[in-house]
Each structure stands twice: as structure tokens, then as C-alpha cells.
Design a binder for this molecule. Sequence first.
Ligand SMILES: C[S@@+](CC[C@H](N)C(=O)[O-])C[C@H]1O[C@@H](n2cnc3c(N)ncnc32)[C@H](O)[C@@H]1O
Length: 422
Amino acid sequence: VERLAWLIAELARAHGTRQVVDLGSGQGYLSRALAYQHGLDVLAVDADDVQTCGAQRYQRQTERHARRVEDRAPEQSQAYQPNVAPQGDSVAGEGEGNMPARGVLVHATHRVTERSLDELLAALHAKADHGTAGVSTEADEPPSGDASASAPARDDHRSGRVPWLLCGLHTCGDLAPSSLRLFVESDAHLLVNVGCCYNLLTESAVTSGANDQTNAGFPMSHWLRTELTRQGEAPSLGLTARHLACQAPGRWPSQAEATHQAFERNYYRALLHLFMVEHGMAAANVDAPRIGQLGRKPLPTFAAYAIAALRKLARSDRLSADQSARLHAFLAAPGDDPQAPAAVLEAFAAQHADGRRQVAAFWTLRALLAPALERLLLQDRVHYLREQGHDAWIIALFDPQASPRNLALVSVKTAEPAPVHD
Ligand SMILES: C[S@@+](CC[C@H](N)C(=O)[O-])C[C@H]1O[C@@H](n2cnc3c(N)ncnc32)[C@H](O)[C@@H]1O
């Protein structure tokens, strides 16, 4: 939060603006850092009213703390230097240190789509001008500071005179592509975006025709659609690859326990699929039947995992009638029978013990693709922005060991169209 806020503040300063819209602002950590530590005027937008209310509660706490600090040591609160680069990896500490001249922070509940910013801004202006909010937007009044002081900025904002910055931290799934399209279609001048949850992206259903227009989350760029189509590939990654793009194998050493548990689940999953194929409960040449979550607690042995998974599958409609009949018969054997499920499954695991190393090697090699997949997703966004004539870069904000989503996409609208690089 601290580093991203600093980057946004520097960009805003360099381009002579204080106006920021934070999309998918959640509990408002970034918005408050921008308003209270860097003195920017922030419109914080989130689709979820629970998030908005939480952010407003934190904001009131921050306000109270700021007043106490100012009352105690007014001269100290002038000493704050908002443009100092962050030194550590710590998250911006609220309620600590001195406060700068504050910006205005306004919250709104609004589901952002690429077409909705005008509606959002119009609703906010209506509320500010006439004390009424638009139907689909709930905005609060600026909680502190002189609200009228920002009125000229609002007028400038509306007429497009003041450059403004569109940002978002951990804009999950399609919120990132929607933010980019909003940036392109609005009069925003600067964009800073950090995405997350690539698994939630929608993908283009179109399998041919690089020129087809799409509102899908991936691919966005003409470049990638052309490239994939030229190579005879469908312009999509699929859910497994999108899940993989979220992984952070660089953090395995520092998260040994969680990594070990994740591997065990994958190993058990692979072993169970083999067991089901060998016992006529699944086909060999199609994907393994989906099992989904089996509760929060890690299951201690392969037998415990497999029995929980098989019971879940027995209640589902994911198997053929024949496969389902075999599964029910297997689970029905009584506990003292030598063919009891637990005994059979443990014997199967012992017989295939060598497979653990093969699965570990495969799992590791596969996970090493994660950074490349994330880069591909982000490079697609960079190309999309450049194709629209804007400068765009990816900036590494910090060591990904600290937090996996360390790449920020930055774009600046230029007077001259930016060259499109391959
Ligand atoms: C992963 S959270 C990030 C929250 C915050 N930016 C942070 O970093 O702490 C994503 C947020 O985006 C919001 N969101 C998702 N889709 C949205 C949309 N289309 N319009 C507005 N908000 C959205 C969610 O409600 C959620 O609060």
C-alpha cells in the first residue's frame, strides 16, 4: 500500500493533478494513504456496500486520530513529508506518525463496468450539487475539510480540464480489464493498476478472427489475439492456467507448511484419479472429475482424503451410471472386510509410493510457469493500452517474496500516439 501510494502520488504530482479515483477500493487502505499521507482528493469506489461501510468506519477512526495528533502537537503535524519514498515493506500504518495537509476522501458504492464511469461521476455531482444521489450510487459527503474547496476541481473534472488518475489495487478478475477500458474511454489521464485473482477473468469465447471486438477479460489486445490465432491456438488460457498465474512459487521457502499441504492435496488428487481409472470409476482419457473443496482441515492420510472425495463424488452427478455403481459398491464394504475402503486405499498408496517424486517434479515445473503466465496476462494489457495510443509499462513495486502481486501497470495518455511494440 505504502509503495503504491507513493508511486501514485509521484505520478500525480509530475502531471499536476490531485484528483484520483480508486476502483475496487475495498476497506480503503490505499484511498486513505493517498488522501491522508499524500494529500490527494480521492473518490473511492467499491461494488460492495459492506466494504464501503467498513472503509468509512476506518476513515472516521483515522479522522479522530488525526484530530488528536493535531491537538497534541500542531507544529509536528506540519512536519510531515508526503513525498518521501517508502523505505521498508511495511503496510502504511494508520494512526501513526504525523498527518499532512489532507485531501478529500469520498466513498461510493457502485459496480464498475467499462461503461459506468460517466454515470458514477454524474451521480456524485448530482449529490454534491443538489444533495441527492443517483439511483445506483451511494456516496458520502466529504467527512472533513472544506467540501466547497473541491467544487472548482469538480467542475474542471466534469469538463475534462484537470487530468485525473484512475487507480486500483488488487482489482480482482474482470475489474482490471474494466478499469483499463474505462481509462481508455474516459478523460482520465493516468492509470495505475495492480490486478489479482486471474482465475476470475472471463475469456473470449471467440476462437477465430483476430479482429473481432471483445469485452472479455482476456485477451484484450489485438496483438495477442492475432498472435494466438496465427499459431492456430484458441485465444484463451483456460481456468487451470489462470489459476496457475496466481501462484507464487518464489514464496514456497517462506511458506513451507502451506506449500507442503498444497502439494499433498495435489498428490492425493493425482493418486485418487489413478485409483478411480484402475477401478473403472473414471475414464483415463478425459479430465479427472471435479472434486472441489473438502473442508478447511488438511486430511492426514491418502485414505482419509480419498474416502472424503469419493463420498462427495457419490453424492454428485459427475460420474456415469456405471462408474457411480462401482463407486457405491466400493464404499459399501464394511470396515472389518479386507476389501474395506481404507485398507484398499492405503495399500494402493504404498504400491505407488514412488509416484510422489514424479508428481512433485511435475507440480514444481508446472508452478515455475506461473510468473510467465502472469507476465503474459499483463503484457496483453500493456499491448491493449499501446494499441489505443497510450504509453504503458509494468513496474515491479517490491520483492514478490513480500507479496505475490508486485507488478503495477502504469499508463499515461500522451498527446502523440505511442508506438506499438511487439
Ligand atoms: C481484492 S479486493 C481489493 C480491495 C482493496 N483495493 C485492497 O487492496 O485492499 C477487490 C475489491 O474490488 C471490489 N470489486 C470487484 N468488482 C468490482 C466492480 N466491478 N466494481 C466495483 N468494485 C468491484 C470488491 O468488492 C472488493 O472489495
